[in-house]
Design a protein around this ligand. Structure first.
Ligand code: ZN
Length: 323
């Protein structure tokens, strides 16, 4: 077994760990993932849209290449592309019968690239059933996430990242499912359309407290906002809990009126117009340690040059950064 197998030990040892970026939007931009926008309105918040991870079995070389780019840019963690990889979501995209194959292939590809140079995380996201059906979906959600986590554990991921959950209730189900394994759990909520509460009305501080209480080893936020706008969420969590804080911001410019990119009219087909410059990521990384962030990665819109920018920012003292 490798010395570095536990992400929480590594965070404790080296203060901050650099993750990777966003896979689905980048692979969509490269032509390998279907956004679903040709068939339906994406970004309604009702669980429409495709953005499913079948690229792991249909175009594995494209996925492998993106992993290689992140590793080369300095990522110490590679996330297997298993986002939206529960059987029900894959079924809506026509891939339900390949649920095992997609999850298993995604972990295998990430592991091949990671070798002994990076940890491999299994990514588990919201099912979209809470958005579509409400809390009555809880039992079905539990079954779906239980199945996916079993596939990821069987494929031997090093830890789990539970991410992009809009409802705290669904996140807490996912943490419970994850605890059945002995894998370390990083849990990050996503705040849309408000910054100060999640979809079922809990503040960032309350989310952090509840996720830690349920058994997450690190907590934080990911997706929807650019780094500067995500800071308010991160600071509220940092003040509330003592476990490591994870931040994986998006690389798109949002507004005070709409602080979440998937509700902007540019999503998903005109994202180039709101792409954030890499310098914003470099500046954010330079202050990440002083903000108490201990797991830093990127989400949607963040490709390898943004991870390079994070690397530069982490290496540079804050004083030398132009503010
Ligand atoms: Zn994202």
């Amino acid at each position: 077994m490798r010395q570095t197998d536990n992400i929480l030990d590594r965070i404790a040892k080296q203060e901050i760990v650099l993750g990777d970026g966003g896979y689905l939007l980048e692979l969509e931009r490269r032509g390998w993932v279907d956004s679903g926008s040709g068939r339906e309105k994406v970004g309604t918040g009702k669980g429409s849209g495709q953005f499913t991870p079948e690229v792991a079995i249909e175009h594995p070389d494209a996925l492998r290449e993106l992993h290689r780019e992140f590793l080369n840019a300095g990522s110490e963690v590679l996330q297997a592309l298993t986002f939206f990889g529960t059987r029900e979501k894959l079924s809506r995209a026509g891939y339900g019968g390949q649920t095992e194959a997609i999850n298993t292939a995604a972990v295998r590809i990430a592991r091949e690239v990671a070798g002994n140079s990076a940890l491999v995380a299994g990514s588990v996201s919201r099912t979209q059933l809470f958005e579509r059906e409400g809390p009555s979906a809880a039992g079905h959600v539990r079954d779906l996430i239980t199945e996916q986590i079993r596939l990821l554990a069987d494929a031997e991921v090093d830890f789990l990242i539970l991410e992009t959950f809009f409802h705290l209730e669904e996140m807490l189900i996912a943490i419970e499912c994850a605890r059945v394994t002995s894998l370390p759990i990083v849990a990050t909520m996503t705040f849309r359309p408000k910054l100060n509460e999640c979809s079922d009305g809990h503040s960032p501080a309350d989310c952090a407290r509840a996720m830690v209480g349920a058994g997450a080893g690190a907590v934080g936020a990911n997706c929807e906002q650019e780094p500067e706008r995500m800071l308010a969420i991160i600071r509220a969590m940092r003040r509330t809990v003592s476990v490591p804080i994870a931040a994986q911001p998006a690389a798109f410019r949002t507004s005070d009126a709409t602080p979440c990119f998937t509700r902007l009219p540019q999503f998903p087909d005109e994202m180039e117009g709101i792409q954030l410059p890499r310098s914003a990521f470099e500046r954010f990384a330079a202050r990440a340690k002083s903000e108490g962030i201990q797991f830093l990665g990127g989400c949607c819109g963040c490709n390898a040059p943004y991870i390079h920018a994070f690397s530069r920012g982490l290496a540079a003292p804050l004083e030398s950064q132009a503010q």
